[in-house]
Design a protein around this ligand. Structure first.
Ligand SMILES: O=C(O)CCC(=O)C(=O)O
Ligand SMILES: [Fe+2]
Ligand SMILES: [Mn+2]
Length: 229
């Protein structure tokens, strides 16, 4: 367990660029992706939304409220024993507590096997599922997950709250995407979206998607990752 936690601690690599995109609203509307992700992804320009559209996915209603309840039942007791921490060791996360888990009850295992099925075939996954509990005031700063410890794909379930995930191109902050992550949804980041863009979860005060306020409550994510190839 100690070893696993150490691995988890190395997942975050501080972002090189953390500047925020500006002048969002008008171009954001034109950047709407009219496909599967309709109304869940906006970006700095339509071409970027199109280009990254295959590498960024938000699947709404991926779990039911009952399934969320099953996760909460398995996780809440353990989480409640921890205090929310103000700062992450690498300064990426504020107002959070986290854990990881290998063994799950049947209902959660069922959900997790659906999550695992979105990964490239034959690519081994990091054994433990990473659980991140953000307090209402918590947020995640721009970072890229360590390429040393995780592979091409990151998939995360959102429990308890809607939130906004922002992707910003590491070497060009003018290129960005905002993803609306509704409660019960699964997001998937692949390839370029995972390697060349930082990701962050906006704090409540900044939680505005395409001009629309999205209140950020306490949010728990269950994140699966594959191993580097
Ligand atoms: O909470 C999430 O969905 C993302 C968490 C994250 O970026 C991380 O732990 O590296
Ligand atoms: Fe991350
Ligand atoms: Mn971490």
């Amino acid at each position: 367990m100690k070893l696993l936690l150490n691995v988890l601690k190395r997942i975050h690599k501080p972002a090189v660029y953390s500047s925020q995109p500006r002048c969002r609203s008008s171009s954001a509307r034109s950047g709407l992706l009219p496909l599967r992700n309709e109304a869940l992804i906006v970006g700095s320009n339509p071409e970027l939304v199109q280009r990254l559209g295959t590498q960024v996915e938000v699947r709404t209603g991926f779990i039911t409220e009952e399934e969320e309840g099953a996760f909460m039942q398995e996780l809440e007791l353990g989480l409640k024993k921890k205090r929310y921490e103000v700062d992450h060791w690498d300064d990426a996360i504020h107002g959070y507590r986290e854990t990881e888990r290998v063994m799950w009850g049947e209902r959660c295992e069922e959900v997790l096997s659906r999550v695992r099925s979105v990964f490239p075939e034959g690519s081994p996954l990091l054994g433990p599922v990473h659980i991140l509990d953000l307090d209402k005031t918590g947020y995640i700063k721009p970072h890229i997950d360590s390429v040393k410890f995780c592979g091409s794909t990151i998939a995360g379930l959102s429990l308890l709250s809607d939130s906004i995930m922002r992707l910003v191109k590491e070497d060009d902050a003018k290129e960005w995407l905002d993803l609306l992550l509704p409660r019960f949804s699964l997001y998937i980041l692949r390839d370029q979206a995972r390697y060349n863009f930082t990701h962050q979860i906006l704090k409540d005060e900044e939680s505005v998607f395409n001009g629309q306020r999205v209140p950020r409550l306490r949010r728990i994510s269950a994140i699966c990752r594959n191993l580097p190839g």
